[in-house]
Design a protein around this ligand. Structure first.
Ligand code: UDX
Length: 441
């Protein structure tokens, strides 16, 4: 099938590469000509396991191409994916200007029936807006004779395993009221639907809400667990025991009940906020979502609070080794990363940071530039040198079994503030390390 994908960000690029790899002929379009040139040379702007080889292979075999020419791209596709960004605007609602601009571009250039698919995470009702924009543009061209379907097909990939998630999706949600569009979508996804039925067809609005409901449910689990961890700390209970105790109930499950430093990334914070705004817009008070957001906001400050209460007013002039900058492992993404809230609070208090992350060093440099109170270190060991304590913010695998003797040698005092509960508190105390965790005894 000939497929056009607008947007070469996380969602668009992964979707394009994975569809090409399944045998479709895919053209990815972006307005950023530099990015398109670099993609053709095999340079992938994001770190995502497996993506580079997938892009290079499919590009060299001619199933995947990149262009800035939207007219040519629209003509190529029998279906058109919209996978551009929906950044939050000032009040936290999803800004649809890029999505609607692509809808207009498609309508300007289409010359046959088209299926337009919303892949970006967009508020309920967006498909109607896309439909209206296309109809208006076609009318202005004097081509109201051209027919089209708008489908909602939300993306559920996780950063760090985006390729694997897209190649083996656990569900494929298709929102449409058109039998023809359903048939085409089934054909498109047939290579991914072999072993058991993963396609769930529903009306457009339900598909749009499904994406938000999924992310908000996961965010709720995390905020709930963070609240339990904070309670455990104050009640003298061990959240790790509580986690195992509740996770064993299949209705609760073990996934997404790890307490920590709050959720970050490009999806959860943005989507929870956007759904709150959608609810506000129809005078519905989304009480649960507001609490989820408020807990997360506070959770991002808890590590700093622990550091502050340990050192009292003596933070000025202290140096901290910081392990983990990305919002989660296996990505270089720093969007809404808890490490940023922490570093900024430490700097504000006059402390210095010696940071290490396996992937997000360049991104940190890009965001903060050069500053006297931040050293980016080449290894996790180098970050420890002469620091007053170690702080762990991201649970990269390489942090799970460090050389504790070396940590003790390098730090001026053996103190670890762990925002991810990587180590056993009892073991730490046996080793003579002062260990702060999230809700552990
Ligand atoms: C998320 C959804 O998982 C994905 O389905 C959706 O399409 C996009 O948003 P992503 O943002 O890549 O994916 O990251 P995810 O692995 O879900 O983690 C989100 C955040 O939650 C991270 O900051 C992570 O540290 C935090 N988290 C996750 C916890 O604090 N505890 C947990 O138990 C799980």
């Amino acid at each position: 099938m000939n497929v056009t994908v607008f947007g070469t960000g996380y969602v668009g690029l992964v979707q394009g590469a994975v569809l090409a790899n399944a045998g479709h002929n895919v053209v990815c379009v972006d307005v950023d000509s530099h990015k398109i040139e670099r993609l053709k040379e095999g340079f992938i702007p994001i770190y995502e396991p497996g993506l580079e080889s997938l892009v290079k292979e499919n590009y060299s075999e001619g199933r995947l191409d990149f262009t800035t020419d939207s007219s040519q791209a629209v003509t190529h596709g029998d279906i058109q994916f919209i996978a551009v960004g929906t950044p939050p605007d000032e009040d936290g609602s999803a800004d649809l200007k890029y999505v609607l601009a692509v809808a207009e571009t498609i309508a300007q250039h289409m010359d046959r029936h088209q299926i337009i698919i919303d892949k970006s995470t967009v508020p309920v009702g967006t498909a109607d807006k896309v439909k209206a924009r296309i109809a208006d543009t076609l009318a202005a061209r004097g081509r109201s004779d051209l027919t089209f379907d708008v489908v909602s097909n939300p993306e559920f990939l996780k950063e760090g395993s985006a390729v694997a998630d897209s190649q083996k999706p656990d569900r494929i949600v298709i929102g449409t009221d058109s039998e023809h569009a359903e048939e085409v979508m089934r054909e498109l996804y047939a290579p991914f639907n072999r072993i058991h039925e993963k396609i769930i067809v529903m009306d457009v609005r339900s598909a749009e809400l499904t994406k938000y409901a999924a992310n908000c449910m996961l965010a709720t689990k995390i905020s709930f667990m963070n609240e339990m961890a904070n309670l455990a700390e104050r009640l003298g209970a061990d959240i790790e025991m509580v986690r195992q105790g509740i996770g064993s109930d299949p209705r609760i499950g073990y996934h997404f009940i790890y307490p920590g430093v709050g959720y970050g990334g490009s999806c959860f914070p943005k989507d929870v906020q956007a759904l709150i705004r959608t609810a506000d817009g129809i005078d519905f008070d989304a009480k649960v979502l507001k609490a989820v957001e408020a807990r997360n906001y506070e959770q991002k400050t808890t590590l700093f609070q622990k550091i502050q209460s340990h050192y009292g007013d003596e933070l000025k002039g202290k140096t901290f080794a910081l392990w983990g900058l990305a919002f989660k492992p296996n990505t270089d993404d720093m969007r809404e990363a808890p490490s940023r809230v922490l570093m900024e609070a430490l700097w504000q208090a006059g402390a210095k940071v010696q940071a290490y992350d396996p992937e997000a060093m360049e991104e940190t440099q890009r965001i903060y530039g050069s500053r006297d109170d931040l050293s980016l270190c080449g290894t996790k060991e180098a970050a420890l040198k002469g620091a007053d304590a170690l702080i762990i913010v991201t649970e990269w695998k390489s942090f799970r079994a460090p050389d504790f003797e070396l940590i003790k040698q390098q730090l001026s005092l053996p103190i670890i503030f762990d925002g991810r509960n990587l180590y056993e508190p009892k073991r730490m105390s046996k080793k003579g390390i002062t260990y702060y965790s999230v809700g552990r005894l």
